[in-house]
Ligand binder design. Sequence first.
Ligand SMILES: Nc1ncnc2c1ncn2[C@@H]1O[C@H](COP(=O)(O)OP(=O)(O)OP(=O)(O)O)[C@@H](O)[C@H]1O
Length: 225
Amino acid sequence: MITISNLSKDYKNKVIFNNLNLKIPENKITFISGPNGSGKSTLLKCLLNLEDYTGEIRYDNCHFEKVREDVMVVYDNSPLYHNLTGSQNLELLTNHSFKNANENNHDILMPHFLKPEILKSKVKNYSLGQKKKLSLMRVLLTKPKYLFLDEASNGLDHEALLDLKSLLRKLSVDTTIIAIGHHFEYYTSIIDNLILMNDQSAIQIKDFELQEGEGLNDIYERYIK
Ligand SMILES: Nc1ncnc2c1ncn2[C@@H]1O[C@H](COP(=O)(O)OP(=O)(O)OP(=O)(O)O)[C@@H](O)[C@H]1O
C-alpha cells in the first residue's frame, strides 16, 4: 500500500493541494482524475520524490528511495534510445532477450502492440503511438511492483487500447498501478479505486463501480458538488 499522509504542496505560495490523506491499495488499479491544473501531475512528482512537499509518503512503510528500483513510470515521451531498434531498446532496458521476437509472449498478451517487423526498425522512425507501445511492452517485461501511468492511453489506437486494458488487469495481480489522466470512460471498467482531485483536495472512492449510464459528470455530481 502507498500511504499519503497530510500531504501539502505549493509553488511560491500558490497552494496546489492541502493536507491530502490517501491510501493507494496494493495490487489494485487506482485512477486519479480531476480538472486541468488540479494537481495530478504534481502529485505524481511528489510520489516520485521529484518535488519538495510537506507531509509523508510511504511505500509499504518505506521511503521512496528504498523502493526506487521497483517503480516504473510511463508517460508521453518516455526516454528511449532513438538510434537503436525497438528490440534493442527492450533488450537494454529489460535485460530480456528479444532475438526471437516472434516467440515472445508479448505477442500473446498484447497482440496489437508492435509486430516483430516494427521492432526491427529504429525508434527514431516510430510514431508517438508506437513509442508509447514500446514503453508499455517494457512494462510487461519488467513487471514492476509499482507502476505509474501518466495519460498512458493517449495516442493508442482502438486495438491497442483493448490490449492495454487486459495488460493492466493481468499486471494488477502483482503490481500496484496508479493511472493519471482524463480518459475516465476508458478506465471505468477496470479500476478498483478512484481519486478525484479538485479545489486543493482529493476525494477517494474505494471499490469504485460505475452505475449503468453514469459518466464523469454524474460522478462529479455525486461526490464533489
Ligand atoms: N514548476 C511549477 N512552478 C509553478 N507552478 C507550477 C509548476 N508545476 C505546476 N504548476 C502549477 O500547479 C498547478 C497544478 O499543475 P499540474 O500539472 O499538477 O495539474 P494537472 O492536474 O496535472 O493538470 P492537467 O490535467 O492539465 O495535466 C497548475 O496551476 C500549474 O500551473
